[in-house]
Write a protein that binds this ligand. Structure first.
Ligand code: ZN
Length: 772
């Protein structure tokens, strides 16, 4: 498919075109291409990043006639609306051109390129809309972005199931004289389109195709309902005064104890009171009650999940897959549920002894506390009490971690590894959606400008929560576009179409190997805002980890410059996309890397680390692996069997493979929201974590700033973005070699990679599934 999966009914977008357009041709001619000579040399010191972020004074350039991201087509919500319509007109024309290629051999040779252009034409506006609706403070902009998103996704959905497009591509793929003209990247792009079309049921007979479309819509509706229910409040636990005796917490705990003298306390799952009780109540009973309440479900909530899983199973059967997991994994690195289960089993075996040891420590604490016989059983509600989770801390003392200090360290790290630096860039006031936004140029010492990263780092109301990396523009080669061969729009739309052409023409650069559109990404985080009184924001260690993680995604986008946008940067399979970002977290365990946070980049100042790990960390990891196993079970053939019972499956998993007893009457699975978004790929994070650990050990652990190793990682992994064929040999990532060809360009394409939610699940798991 052309990168979007959203399904909704067809509507002819042409009908929505307004009769009058307001575009003046003088705005149509934009930077056709800019020479790299305009890029200054790489900064030798990154200390200017410190003042750029820590002394808030926006550097505005004086350019006028511009809009968001420097594009005049985005100067107002209305202009965004016009851009959407212009894009639709051009996309219709390009679709028509591709369909006609069946009768013209020359055109057949251009089909893959044109399909990639079509995908890019739509994605570049959809991706923008996705960012704007999550970040723009102005409601008018948000509404225009929502509209753009809906209209373009609707059309994308039509293309994803377009029989005519599929048939042209089939002609291309079945004709060896055509396929042999495709380069490796082009062939991989074609393969991605081909597989995604087939996954959309486009090759089915009409009756089954209709069923496919209706099941897909049903899944979308059930999924949304499931997500709503997953985050809905669970009923409170009733706690008596006598049960709160000896609360360790002197603040909130004392108030609760006082209140409970007059009335029975209603403690709501997820509330501060509930968390405090789990950590501080010496008696087991109140913790048990809060745990059970937190993990309860209504019969309707359980049925909703089971209906979703059933519909997914039926969809898979329709296209001839034994299960939804089989269908979802065919184009992932892992390839099949068998490989995923084998991986998860190995991981469970590896983690079990460490988790058992940690549980034994907890058991010793419980024995001493309750004066029981040796080794009492650790129950689900005991973890937080006997081993309160600790916030992560840096392994060595560091200077105050201002945002500027962190970006300086990041730039130094990238320069050591890849010869790439981050450089403050000027912005015009119209270029950004909020005053908080800063722009960085990413500059390679040999190749010059690689792309731009806009950072929007502070929390504010209306902005989406959590941390996320948004791809706003993908790299793509443009000098061989053959726009001259595009169909001419009708007279009435000629002026309008210029809006989309002008929008596309921006940000193109001549390179030795052609003219390219360069990548633009945006990082959203919700760090605390600096103030005149307190000075620059100082990040907690977990926030530094988040920033490094997100910058791992950003650098993947910057370095993964490909000729085809469908395989550029982070447009790759869900079980590969987290590898570069998780690897960045490893760098923060090294004292050598941490010395880059100091004011001088002086190796003599490097300190010896005293890194220690939370002893209960392995219990949590074990719980995460069980969640991934549960995700596989729920998407296996059992989900369509008439006697399928998700609660019984959960209980059985914990009875047979869990380390903490399942608690009768609980059904946490109805809160496992990632079951919808990840659907059979929840293992991805663990998978990438395993590969990242190996890459770290093999390439970087001994000498983390080694340029040769950095270059190897860049050339063998990052440079290919989501394209096929990076040569990853056994020494770097045997897991990857074992599972065979990597297939990128799947689910992560065109989607903001929100890292929010993982943390949420970890917390949930701490108080629930980890113990069952
Ligand atoms: Zn991530």
């Amino acid at each position: 498919m052309l990168a979007r999966n959203a399904r909704s009914s067809f509507s002819n977008s042409f009908r929505r075109l307004p009769r009058h357009q307001r575009y003046s041709p003088r705005h149509d001619v934009r930077l056709q291409s800019r020479s790299l000579a305009t890029v200054a040399s790489t900064s030798s010191d990154d200390s200017d990043l410190v003042s750029f972020y820590d002394q808030p004074a926006t550097r505005h350039s004086s350019s006028s006639h511009t809009g968001l991201f420097g594009s005049y087509a985005l100067h107002s919500p209305d202009s965004f609306h016009d851009l959407t319509l212009a894009t639709l007109v051009r996309a219709h024309l390009l679709t028509e051109r591709i369909i006609r290629a069946r009768n013209d051999r020359d055109e057949l040779l251009k089909v893959v390129k044109n399909m990639d252009r079509l995908s890019d034409m739509l994605c570049s506006v959809i991706d923008l809309a996705e960012l704007i609706r999550n970040a723009h403070p102005d409601q008018e902009w948000v509404e225009s972005a929502n509209q753009a998103y809906e209209q373009l996704c609707e059309f994308m959905n039509v293309l994803n199931t377009h029989v005519g497009l599929y048939e042209v591509l089939r002609d291309v793929m079945l004709d060896p004289t055509v396929t042999k003209t495709l380069g490796r990247e082009a062939y991989q792009t074609a393969l991605i389109f081909w597989r995604d079309f087939e996954k959309s049921g486009v090759n089915l007979p009409p009756e089954q195709r209709d069923r496919f479309v209706s099941l897909s819509s049903e899944i979308l509706v059930l999924g949304r309902q499931f997500l709503n229910e997953a985050s809905s409040a669970r009923p409170p636990a009733t706690i008596k005064h006598s049960e709160l005796k000896g609360l360790k917490d002197q603040g909130l705990g004392s108030r609760l104890q006082w209140q409970s003298r007059f009335t029975q306390l209603l403690v709501y799952p997820g509330s501060l009171q509930a968390q405090m009780i789990m950590r501080s109540a010496p008696a087991e009973e109140p913790r048990r009650k809060v745990y059970v309440a937190s993990n309860s479900s209504s019969p309707q909530q359980v049925e909703l999940l089971e209906a979703l899983l059933r519909a997914r199973g039926q969809l898979a059967e329709l296209v001839g897959s034994p299960s939804f997991a089989h269908m979802a994994l065919g184009d992932k690195m892992a390839k099949s549920p068998e490989n995923v289960n084998q991986f998860l089993n190995t991981l469970l075996d590896h983690t079990r002894p460490h988790a058992r040891r940690a549980l034994r420590t907890l058991s010793t604490r419980k024995q001493a506390h309750l004066n029981t016989k040796p080794f009492p059983v650790i129950q689900a509600w005991d973890r937080d009490y006997y081993c309160p989770p600790e916030p992560p801390a840096p392994p060595i003392p560091l200077p105050p971690l201002t945002i500027g200090t962190c970006f300086k360290a990041l730039s130094r790290l990238f320069r050591h590894l890849y010869g790439v630096s981050l450089r403050p860039a000027d912005i015009s006031a119209q270029e950004v959606w909020h005053n908080d936004v800063r722009k960085l140029e990413v500059v390679d010492e040999k190749d010059g400008l690689l792309g731009w990263i806009y950072t929007d780092l502070y929390a504010r109301s209306g902005k989406s929560s959590g941390a996320a990396h948004y791809t706003v523009q993908c790299s793509r080669r443009t000098d061989d576009d053959d726009e001259a061969g595009d169909l001419e729009p009708p007279e009435s739309h000629r002026e309008l179409v210029q809006v989309s052409r002008a929008f596309e023409a921006g940000n193109r650069y001549r390179m030795p190997d052609g003219t390219f559109k360069l990548p633009i990404v945006v990082l959203l985080t919700e760090f605390s805002r600096p103030s005149a009184a307190r000075g620059p924001s100082i990040l907690e260690w977990h926030e530094v980890l988040t920033l490094f993680h997100e910058m791992g995604h950003a650098m993947h986008s910057m370095i993964g410059r490909t000729e085809y946008q469908n395989v550029s940067g982070t447009r790759c399979a869900t079980d590969f996309v987290e590898l570069p970002s998780i690897l960045m977290e490893h760098f923060l365990t090294s004292p050598t890397v941490l010395s880059l946070f100091s004011s001088a980049d002086d190796s003599a100042a490097r300190q010896v680390g005293n890194h220690h790990e939370d002893p209960c960390h392995n219990i949590d990891t074990y719980g995460q692996i069980l969640l991934a196993v549960l995700d596989q079970i729920y998407h296996s053939p059992v989900a369509t069997q008439p006697n399928f019972n998700s609660t019984a499956a959960l209980a059985q998993l914990h009875t047979t493979r869990g380390l903490i007893p399942y608690v009768e009457g609980t059904s946490w699975q109805t809160q496992f929201g990632h079951l919808f978004g990840y659907g059979a790929t929840y293992y991805s994070y663990l998978f990438d974590r395993a590969i990242a650990s190996r890459v770290w050990r093999k390439l970087f652990a001994k000498d983390p700033l080694n340029r040769e190793m950095g270059e190897r990682f860049r050339q063998e992994i990052l440079r290919h973005g989501g394209g096929a064929g990076p040569v990853v040999d056994d020494r770097i990532a045997p897991e990857r070699a074992r599972v065979g060809e990597r297939r990128c360009g799947g689910d992560a394409r065109g989607r903001a990679m929100a890292d929010r939610g993982r943390g949420g699940d970890t917390r949930k798991a701490l108080t629930s599934t980890y113990y069952q």
